[in-house]
Structure formats: C-alpha cells, structure tokens
Design a protein around this ligand. Structure first.
Ligand code: AMO
Length: 429
C-alpha cells in the first residue's frame, strides 16, 4: 500500500490508508488510546485498540494502516481507526529535552538550538523553514523568469571583497586563505563573462566579533547582479518587484504557516527612496537623534522605520546616495553629487536587509579607485583583469535570507530563522 501524507487524507478516495510519521501526543483512555500522528504535512488523530498499542512513546516513528472515519471534533474532520501498527523507529530517551506538542515553548532559544533536530519537530518552529524555503523558491523563480542565470561561486578565496577585518582564515594546503564574505567579485565577473544577469543563493562568512540578535557568522546571501543597467534605480525597481513577488508567493503557498504567526503579507508594496543625508537630517530634526558620519545606526534604523510606517504606510525604505568613504572601492561614484555613490540600503521594519548599488565598470577608473582606497591593484589581479575586456555598466544587491525571514515573521532573534546557526559561541550542532 502506498503512503498517504496527512494533508492528502481528506482527498484520498480510499477508505483504508497507510500513513507514516511521529507520535505527537498520546491520550490513553484504557481500552482505546488516542494518538496524534505528525508527518511533514500535518497532524492526524489515530484511534488505537488496546491490543494493538505497543507501549507507544512520544516521538516514536510509526507506520499505521487505518480506516478513515469522519469525526467533527478531530482537527482534520477525519480520524483513522487503526488496523495495523508498526514501530519504525524506537526512542531511547528518559525524558524529552522539552515539550514539542505544547503551543507554549518551554525551553530557552539556546536549549532549542542545542537540540535542533527535536525543536524543529514543533510545527511552528518547522514552519519558519517552510516559509524560508518558499522565499528561496520565489527569489529563484522571479529572477529566472527575467533571464537571470543561477551561479555557484567558490567560498574559499584568496582576498577580501568587502574590506574590513571580518574575514575567517582557512589553511589551504601551504597557503593562508579566506572564507568568502560575499560572492561580490565573482558575480560581477560572471556578468562580464556573458551571463549578463546572475544570482546566487549561498553561504557568506563574516568574522563579526559580536553576538547580537541580528548577526550571524555564517548566513545565506541572496545575491543579484545585473548588466546593462542605467543606474542604481534600475536595481531598486528590480528589488521592489522581487519582494512583491516573494510576498504574493508566500501568501499563496504558506497561508497555514503564516497564520501560525498571525501574518498576512501586503498584496502590493511601493518602497519610498530617500537620500541618506535627508534621513540623517530628519532623524536629528524630528527625533533629536544624531547619526554616525555617512550612515545611520541600529537605533536610527528603528526610529526611521516607525516614521516611514506612519507617513508612507510602508514597512520598507530605501536609503540612497551613501558617501564614497562608507562604501567598498568597487562602488560607482555619483557624477552629480560630490563624494557620494550610486548605492543604497534597504531597511525593513527597523533592520537593514540589503546593500546594493551600481559598480565601477571601467578598468582605468576601477584601478584608480583601488589606489584611492589605499589598496594595491596587484592584490586584485584576476578581478581587475576581467575589466579589460569590455565590461557592461552593471550593479546588484544582496539580501540576507535569515534577516528577511526573521522580519517577515517578526521573530526576535535571527537564530530563530537559522536552521543551524553559527555564531561566536556556537559551532554545534
Ligand atoms: P553587505 O555586507 O551589506 O553587502 O551584506 C548584504 C546583506 O547581507 C546580510 N548580512 C548579514 N546577515 C546576518 N549576519 C551577518 N553578519 C550579516 N552581514 C550581512 C544583511 C545585509 O544587508 N556585496 C554586498 C552586496 C552588494 O552590494 O551586492 C554585501 O555583501 O541582510
């Protein structure tokens, strides 16, 4: 007999079916036992006669053949009267590390992360990753439809892309190498290599020396790079379209999961675009909030987002025109605004989720800029060389997948949106 998933039980025309899953709840009434069986698609109630009950324990893995019986009181409207029961996976614990079948979480986040294979069995915890899976699906689908190609670039690299000291070193045979902070150089090179438009979904590594609610040392970067652009506003248009598509896709595919978090995502979003200097002025004038030179800080992001929500009814805001001194050497300077670049950040509900911008595409200009940044052109050999052979005007952006997931669901800590987080203290599981 073929297996039926819980979500298919109602529509399955057979009256006797086979299901597999885990023992989610046990309610022993003596002669009969009610058991909730959980598979990756949902939960169904089983009714088991005493003689069939084989000392079931919570979280055992079982296979059951049962007859469907309508029952208005059961969540699915149907339950299974068990005819045959097989234990597929025994349990070997004294007590579970924490309750899985309780709406209320009874363990700290750290304990849940310590026992990730158990905490992910909680339907609500698991649903965060169903939503994340669908964000990725929507990201990929939207871009492929627009002729973007998916690429995979090396994560062991020989030089820094984003500057700064946030690099992990790796012994590569005799050499000291690094873990990629971003696929930045390679995505640009692939635009020039004739792919024109590319995206990558991959791990990025940052040796951030702080453990915060919004930083990971390994995160998934949703990277985009597009050739033949006019300016950075083409990129903002693209990202706005992309986010609209992601939201529509989530509303369609994850209604049940979103409901667990009381979320319905907006049908259509239009994102205000404001130069950074205006935002800094506004924060100072309206809120007495001083910003660091050439940026706004985490508190400023929160204040700004509240203001944007009130005035524009938007959860998102693009900050544009960042100063040259605050952006990496590959960023295109603004020809109209002295000392400014054609770059942007996207803030979502008080948190930066994207950085992007137009890049310098002219070889001589890039070389000169590298020198201006007190760096050595010879350290950027293969990257710089690739600009000698006709590079189109281009630009791109990157979205942190965990940050986006976290903000969609209003989670408090980025680790809740990370399957197996890596931070300063955590290397396991
Ligand atoms: P940036 O360094 O701003 O830009 O990173 C882009 C986005 O990646 C996410 N992110 C992080 N998420 C979790 N933990 C971290 N430690 C972390 N660091 C970054 C954020 C951030 O907005 N090459 C450029 C992108 C580009 O211009 O295309 C870059 O990497 O959501």
């Amino acid at each position: 007999m073929e297996r039926t998933y819980v979500c298919e039980i109602m529509n399955n025309i057979e009256s006797t079916i086979l299901v597999r899953g885990w023992v989610h709840k046990i309610h022993d009434l003596g002669k009969i036992t009610f058991v909730q069986l959980r598979d990756k698609t949902g939960i169904v109630q089983l009714v088991i006669q005493k003689e069939l009950e084989q000392s079931l324990r919570l979280e055992m893995c079982i296979e059951v053949i049962g007859e469907k019986a309508l029952n208005q009181k059961a969540t699915l409207g149907v339950e299974l009267l068990v005819k045959d029961l097989k234990v597929l996976g025994k349990t070997y614990y004294d007590v579970l590390p924490f309750e899985i079948n309780n709406q209320k979480v009874t363990a700290t986040l750290e304990t849940q992360l310590d026992y990730r294979s158990i905490s992910l069995r909680r339907p609500k915890t698991r649903s965060v990753f169903k939503i994340q899976e669908e964000i990725v699906e929507a990201f990929r689908g939207f871009l492929r439809e627009l002729r973007f190609s998916e690429i995979h670039t090396p994560k062991i690299i020989s030089s820094s892309t984003e500057g700064g000291s946030e690099m992990f070193t790796v012994n590569y045979f005799e050499k000291r190498t690094f873990l990629a902070q971003s696929p930045q150089f390679y995505k640009q090179m692939m635009v020039g290599a004739g792919f024109e438009k590319v995206f990558e979904i991959g791990a990025a590594y940052r040796a951030e020396l702080h453990n915060t609610w919004r930083h990971l040392n390994e995160y998934i970067s949703l990277d985009v790079e597009m050739g033949f652009i006019k300016d950075e506003f083409d990129l903002m248009d693209l990202e706005e379209g992309l986010l609209n598509h992601v939201f529509a896709h989530l509303n369609k595919t994850c209604a049940t999961e979103l409901a667990l978090f009381n979320k319905i995502l907006p049908e259509s979003i239009k994102i205000p675009r404001i130069p950074l200097s205006e935002v800094q002025e506004l924060l100072l004038k309206e809120f007495g909030k001083r910003s660091p030179a050439g940026n706004i800080d985490a508190e400023g992001e929160v204040i700004l987002s509240k203001y944007i929500k009130e005035v524009y009814n938007s959860d998102f805001v693009f900050l544009t025109k960042y100063p040259i001194s605050k952006r990496p050497m590959y960023t295109m300077p603004d020809e109209e605004l002295t000392d400014m670049t054609k770059s942007f950040d996207l803030i979502y509900k008080g948190l930066e989720i994207t950085t992007g911008g137009q890049r310098i595409h002219d070889y001589e200009m890039l070389k000169a800029n590298i020198i201006k940044f007190n760096l050595k052109p010879e350290d950027f050999g293969f990257y710089l060389d690739s600009f000698k052979f006709g590079m189109p005007p281009h630009g791109g952006f990157a979205i942190g997948l965990e940050r986006l997931t976290m903000k969609i669901l209003d989670l408090e800590n980025i680790r809740e949106a990370t399957l197996l987080p890596r931070d300063m203290k955590r290397l396991e599981p």
